[in-house]
Design a protein around this ligand. Structure first.
Ligand SMILES: Nc1nc2c(c(=O)[nH]1)N[C@H]1C(S)=C(S)[C@@H](COP(=O)(O)OP(=O)(O)OC[C@H]3O[C@@H](n4cnc5c(=O)[nH]c(N)nc54)[C@H](O)[C@@H]3O)O[C@H]1N2
Ligand SMILES: Nc1nc2c(c(=O)[nH]1)N[C@H]1C(S)=C(S)[C@@H](COP(=O)(O)OP(=O)(O)OC[C@H]3O[C@@H](n4cnc5c(=O)[nH]c(N)nc54)[C@H](O)[C@@H]3O)O[C@H]1N2
Ligand code: SF4
Ligand SMILES: [Mo]
Length: 677
């Protein structure tokens, strides 16, 4: 009998700029291959290397996945569990929650979540349950990009209305500032940046493949970008490249900024940032020729003064009139609301009991405090790998009286600390919707196979837990079908999910959407606020400052731990083929720094600071400039042997200037040969 072949379209919901279209090939009802959709404008027939391996490996492998609810039988952190039924697990969890609620302190129930899946429902519906419960949320963006959100809020009133990348065809310059698309947006690197007629400038201390391919690469020392932006603005002003008519019409506060620019000469910029004055001039010339796009990477604001940096850099389009015309604008993210999704509806905002969230930088301390924490839920997140103060956090997670529930698709370090582990269905196993956060795309995530074992989509898990709690609000039980129908209607892109699935991906408009076409900005003044009274009220300077971080002293190096091309945040380290690609956990130093310390490639070295210590294998390469140590985030502590820690063992969790946000690229370490044995 001839076998039956089916090809099904779906979408990758990872926390990635690309939002690739996927083709799933099935034979006789079984998945034989997960591929990039050849018809999709981003993936063009190829997934990134990591997802090509993971989606055809661990995602389909019942031995790698969590397949049943589990109850802890070993010590916390040991990862010894017994399988239990859904009823037993949810009944026991509900019982413990009711006991906590009876004390009247629902805020002692903490829930941490992030972007394991960015799909509209699986990434947000569980919020309805936690809002109803009155649980306290660990503010998810504080581990990633909160400082940037706050900063852009001051300047343009929003951080999630970016340029439409389709307008790159009209740009003469694209400035990629503090992002590494070759790792974090592989298709934008491979296609978007290659196909644009624009000259590409990359601003990044590290010479990664996107920087290598760029027309111009500026390498400021981390945390000095505000000064670099000021030096560029000095040149733009000096050379008559600012747009005074635009400044008059669309901004306030130029008169407060302009006097500050006088001293910020390219030579001053070179002293402050390490970027040669001639390169600062060249970058200003290219950007000033316009129209120009500015891509603000998430890394840019992971600094002690990350908010000030974002404010400073985001003034470039304001003073050059790079808005409201083709080929112009800036982008941090394009949010779901931009596509028309009513996020208050999706997250059940009306169920909120007004419990404030707290910073993930404070998670370890919070979990040490019995008065403030009685239960912890982790869903779509692996904080035992991704959060700062890793050793301290692991110790806090061992607290026996802390009810810990982890919902994941794989057995991670975080699930190892849980009392109950709940198996989530993967994106291949349920219907959902995906909103691109770079492109203006909106896509269908289609169920292509039944969930593995007893796994359930996040949303179904929290519907069942709501039932076990005896909650009665209908929002807690709304079906996927109803939510999908409502959101499709809000976005206005198709009449039915079936019609949408057949299309796969749609754009709200045929042509590129022009950013702030009407020059109305959602700030208090309705204009771009070069000077912000709101910022001043919140304790910041009215205009950003041309300041830089003090350089590391006493032989310390700045440790950068950005996205790895082979890992997806803290996912995929458990895929054998990826582990092989990665090899041993390493740190890369510039040859000068290695020689100065008498260290050779391949040696074991010890990274240390007041927070912790970690042994890694040394790589030596001048892609990394002097003064910097580069090691990628995302390895699983428990797979690292020995101390069972990753780079976050060295992260003190210091907060940046705005939004109580991470300053993870501001960490400093010493490096020496690791003791033998
Ligand atoms: N040192 C250092 N640390 C960092 C960073 C850094 O640059 N350096 N970056 C930070 C940033 S930007 C971020 S965003 C965070 C990310 O940190 P995390 O959010 O902890 O990382 P993810 O790998 O995205 O974790 C998501 C978890 O969700 C699971 N998952 C996937 N799909 C589903 C699903 O459908 N349901 C459920 N329940 N689970 C699912 C995955 O298996 C994974 O274990 O890390 C931060 N940590
Ligand atoms: N493959 C892969 N893709 C991912 C992720 C992943 O883990 N793996 N994570 C996803 C997530 S959650 C996020 S938030 C994004 C993050 O992706 P990006 O926005 O690209 O951020 P990072 O990976 O943290 O760092 C990018 C670059 O910023 C540089 N950098 C660090 N500090 C500074 C500085 O002070 N100034 C300047 N100019 N540059 C600096 C680093 O050298 C690095 O090359 O990627 C997403 N995509
Ligand atoms: S992680 Fe990004 S590059 Fe990889 S398949 Fe998903 S959307 Fe595409
Ligand atoms: Mo992130």
């Amino acid at each position: 009998m001839a076998s039956v072949k089916e090809i099904l379209k779906t979408t990758c919901p990872r926390d990635c700029y690309d939002s690739c279209g996927i083709s799933v090939i099935k034979r006789d009802g079984k998945i034989t291959k997960v591929l990039g959709d050849p018809d999709h404008y981003v993936s063009r027939g190829a997934l990134c290397g990591k997802c090509a391996l993971a989606y055809n490996g661990i995602f389909l492998d019942p031995k790698a996945r969590l397949t049943t609810p589990l109850k802890r039988v070993g010590a916390k952190g040991e990862g010894r569990f017994a399988a239990v039924s859904w009823d037993e697990a949810l009944g026991a969890i509900a019982g413990r929650l009711k006991t906590i609620l009876a004390t009247g302190a629902s805020s002692r129930i903490i829930h941490a979540h992030y972007t394991g899946t960015c799909a509209v429902i699986a990434g947000n519906f569980p919020m309805r349950f936690f809002q109803r419960l009155g649980a306290q949320e660990v503010e998810p963006d504080t581990v990633c990009n909160m400082a940037g959100h706050v900063a852009l809020g001051y300047v343009i009133g929003t951080s999630s209305t970016g340029f439409d990348p389709r307008t790159a065809k009209d740009a003469s310059c694209i400035l990629v500032w503090g992002a590494n698309p070759s790792a974090s947006a592989p298709h934008a690197h491979k296609h978007w940046l290659k196909e644009t007629p624009a000259k590409v400038i990359v601003v990044d201390p590290v010479r990664h493949p996107t920087a290598e391919a760029a027309h111009l690469h500026l390498r400021p020392f981390p945390g000095t970008d505000a000064a670099l932006a000021f030096a560029m603005m000095h040149v733009l002003r000096r050379d008559g490249r600012i747009d005074r008519a635009f400044i008059d019409k669309a901004t306030i506060g130029w008169n407060e900024l302009e006097p500050k620019l006088a001293a910020c000469t390219p030579e001053w910029g070179e002293r402050m940032t390490g970027v040669p004055a001639a390169d600062i001039e060249a970058a200003a010339r290219l950007y000033g020729a316009g129209p120009a796009l500015l891509w603000l990477g998430q890394a840019l604001q992971r600094q002690a003064k990350g908010g000030n940096i974002m404010r400073a850099v985001s003034l470039l389009p304001a003073i050059t009139g790079n808005y409201a015309k083709p080929g112009a604008g800036l982008l941090y993210l394009n949010g779901k609301r931009r596509k028309g999704v009513d996020m208050a509806y999706v997250t059940g905002a009306k169920l909120s009991q007004g419990v404030p969230s707290f910073s993930q930088m404070d998670l370890a301390a919070r979990l040490e405090d019995q008065a403030k924490s009685a239960a912890l839920f982790c869903w779509n997140i692996n904080p035992a790998a991704s959060s700062p103060e890793q050793a301290r956090l692991h110790k806090a997670l061992k607290r026996d009286d802390l009810l810990t529930v982890a919902v994941d698709i794989f057995p991670t370090d975080t699930t190892d600390f849980a009392d109950y582990v709940l198996p989530a269905a993967s994106f291949l196993e349920h219907d959902d919707l995906v909103s691109g956060y770079f492109n203006m795309s909106f896509s269908a995530q289609a169920k292509v196979v039944e969930p593995i074992g007893e796994a359930l989509p996040n949303q179904e898990i929290f519907r069942r837990l709501a039932r076990a709690m005896g909650f009665t609000e209908p929002e807690l039980y709304e079906s996927d079908k109803a939510i999908i129908a409502n959101v499709i209607r809000q976005v206005g892109i198709a009449d039915s999910f079936d019609e949408f699935k057949a299309k796969g991906t749609v754009f709200p408009t045929r042509e590129a959407v022009m950013q702030f076409a009407d020059l109305q900005f959602p700030t208090p003044s309705g204009k771009i606020e070069i000077a912000s009274a709101q910022a001043e009220k919140d304790g910041f300077p009215r205009v950003p400052e041309p300041s830089v971080d003090a350089p590391p002293a006493d032989g310390r190096l700045r440790l950068l731990t950005p996205a790895s091309p082979w890992l997806m945040n803290d996912s995929y380290a458990n895929e054998a083929k990826i582990a092989k690609q990665l090899g041993a956990a390493s740190v890369t130093l510039n040859p000068k720094d290695a020689t100065a310390r008498g260290l050779k490639r391949g040696e074991r070295v010890r990274l240390k600071n007041a927070t912790g210590s970690l042994d890694l294998t040394l790589a030596v390469d001048d892609v990394v400039p002097p003064g910097i140590a580069l090691s990628y985030k995302g390895r699983w502590p428990k797979l690292e042997g020995g101390t069972r820690l990753n780079v976050n063992a060295l992260n003190p969790g210091h907060k940046s200037d705005m939004g109580e946000s991470t300053s993870v690229h501001g960490v400093e370490v010493t490096i020496e040969r690791a003791p033998v044995g």
